[in-house]
Structure formats: C-alpha cells, structure tokens
Design a protein around this ligand. Structure first.
Ligand SMILES: [Ca+2]
Length: 328
C-alpha cells in the first residue's frame, strides 16, 4: 500500500499585485493537481491599500472558482503616508483589470484580520502550515507581537524580500517588501532560526516572457482565466519595460512566484545558510538586508537565503503547472 503523503498546507499572505497574482495562480494550479492545500489568503497592505488587496484577493478566488477560501483583511498601519506601488501594478493593483473580473464576494467589514487568522490556524495545526509571505510583513509581525512564538508554529515561513548583493528596487539598497515595513521584517527574522528568503538576487532573473505566456494561454483563448492572464501580462510587460526592469526583454519579473518555486521545486534554487539583519534606522539604507560574508564560523544563523536560480528549470515547471489551470 502506498502511504498517504501529506501535501503542503499554505496560507498565502499577499498584496496583489501583478506578480502576486501569478504566484497565487501557481498555487491554485497545484491545488487543482492535488499537490497543495490553500488554507486561507491573508491580504496585506503594500502594493496598494489593505482594502484593495482584500478586494483583489476575493476577485481572484472567484475567478478560479474558489470563493469559499477565507480572505483576511490586512492589519491597519499607522503610517498611511507610505508610498505604495500603484505606479507599477495599476491603481487597483491588478493592471486596472479588476472591472473585468467577477465582483468580490468576501466582506471587508466583517472579515477577520489576517493576524487573527494566523494565530487561529497555527494554534489549530501546529507544525503543519507553511506561511508564504509575498508582501510587506505587517501581518506576520502583528501576529508575533500579539502572540509571541506563534510564527514558530508554522512548518515554514517563506518570504519574498530583500536584496543582498544586488541593488534594491525601491531605493538603491532596499527591496520593496522589506523597505515598506522594515520593523516588521526585523520581528519576523527574530521569530525563528530558519526563515526562508527569496531576495531580488534571484527574482530579478525570473523574467516571465510573452512567449511563455502564450504557451500557457494561446493569444485567442476565450476562457476568463486565460483572457485575464493575457491582459495582465501585457500590462505588466509595458510597465516593466517603462521602468527598465528586464533589460529590454519583453517580459516582467515574477518575484513572488519564487516562493512557490522553492516550496515545490527546490532543486531549481541554490540556498545559503545565513544570519540576516535588516537596517531599520539608516537615513539612506532603511530596509537594506545584510548577511555576513566573512570567512569565519557563522553564529546564530536565522535564515536560508536563495542566491541562485535555474531560471530555465523554474519556468519549465511554472509554465507546465499553469497550463493545468482552466476555469471551472
Ligand atoms: Ca507582492
């Protein structure tokens, strides 16, 4: 008899966000193949406001026929004046395509806060749930503050964030997710000794091209998911070219999808054990992530950092999985 294999249980903490959506669609394709279980989506403020990320998450769940998955509302932030990334992701965070999607059905006013969902689910299933955080770490830090030790109850905490040996994408030194709430990142890194980090060092190599998109969805595809993906790709490519993110290649960076690559296809990544620190105070360097490269025994490592990716192997798996995703 073949023993029952437990499949990864995932809570996706997200600020959709164009590349968030591709990470989500990848998860959903794995769910459909019986290879993953999605426990909840926890929205977080970041690319756009908490209210918009909540509504976007609801619309995407409805698009893929998973309307019963719970969506958490992002914890409120005191600093309402932080610049978001609507200039990259569109005013609605989804390439201004939200009007083309099924309307949101989750109610923001009555939804549980994202940190409450973490605390509830991690206490109910200690050691079983993987937290995949692909936005600023507001919710994870709030849960840890409210219930110290709670993040240790996750099977793994996998985050997209940071820039170690390459420039940042929001300042010369900082990556957006860490910079947006560097204190929160500091709290998450202190919460356990094995936080898994997908930094810009690898994600800037993950250029999803128009040709790959067309392998998933032929250009004249008529189903709603394919049409949405194709329109979003075109929006993201235009923006990526305008911001010179892809060296002129007709594509865009799917930063957030790196977390899913790590979880399901770790052979595509080279990881390094490290002690990671976040600069929370620097006038010019706030949000910078640092690791110690000196040739000496490392003490008190707190993270696994991805430093190289086999992007061909990564996208082979990404494209094959997304091809399985069709509207239900
Ligand atoms: Ca994101």
């Amino acid at each position: 008899m073949i023993p029952a294999v437990s499949i990864p249980k995932i809570i996706l903490d997200t600020d959709p966000g164009g590349d968030d959506i591709f990470a989500f669609l990848w998860v959903q394709s794995l769910v459909k193949q019986g290879l993953a279980e999605l426990i909840a989506i926890t929205a977080t403020a970041g690319n756009v406001s908490a209210r918009k990320t909540f509504s976007n998450a609801s619309q995407i769940l409805n698009l893929v026929g998973a309307p019963t998955i719970e969506v958490g509302r992002g914890v409120s932030l005191n600093s309402n004046d932080i610049e978001d990334a609507a200039h990259i992701h569109g005013n609605d965070g989804m390439g201004n395509l939200s009007k083309t999607l099924p309307p949101p059905t989750h109610d923001y006013e009555t939804a549980r806060c994202s940190d409450e969902i973490f605390i509830d689910k991690l206490n109910a299933m200690p050691g079983e749930i993987t937290l995949v955080a692909i936005g600023p770490l507001n919710n994870l830090a709030a849960a840890e503050k409210k219930s110290p030790g709670i993040l240790k109850k996750a099977k793994e905490v996998v985050i997209m964030g940071g820039a170690f040996f390459c420039p940042g994408n929001v300042t010369p030194h900082a990556e957006f997710n860490i910079w947006f709430n560097s204190e929160a990142a500091d709290i998450v890194l202190a919460s356990r000794d094995d936080v898994v980090i997908m930094p810009l060092d690898v994600t800037r190599n993950l250029i999803f091209t128009r040709e790959m998109a067309q392998v998933i969805n032929p250009i004249n595809s008529e189903d709603d998911t394919s049409k949405f993906m194709n329109h979003l790709c075109e929006f993201m490519i235009t923006t990526a070219i305008a911001y010179r993110e892809t060296n002129g290649v007709q594509g865009f960076l799917v930063h957030d999808a790196a977390t899913i690559g790590y979880l399901f296809y770790p052979e595509t990544l080279l990881m390094q054990r490290a002690r990671v620190c976040v600069e929370t105070k620097g006038e010019w360097t706030r949000g910078q992530t640092l690791i110690d490269r000196r040739n000496r025994a490392k003490q008190s490592a707190n993270a696994w950092v991805a430093l190289q990716v086999d992007s061909t192997g990564f996208f082979t798996r990404f494209v094959e999985d997304l091809k399985t995703l069709k509207v239900v």
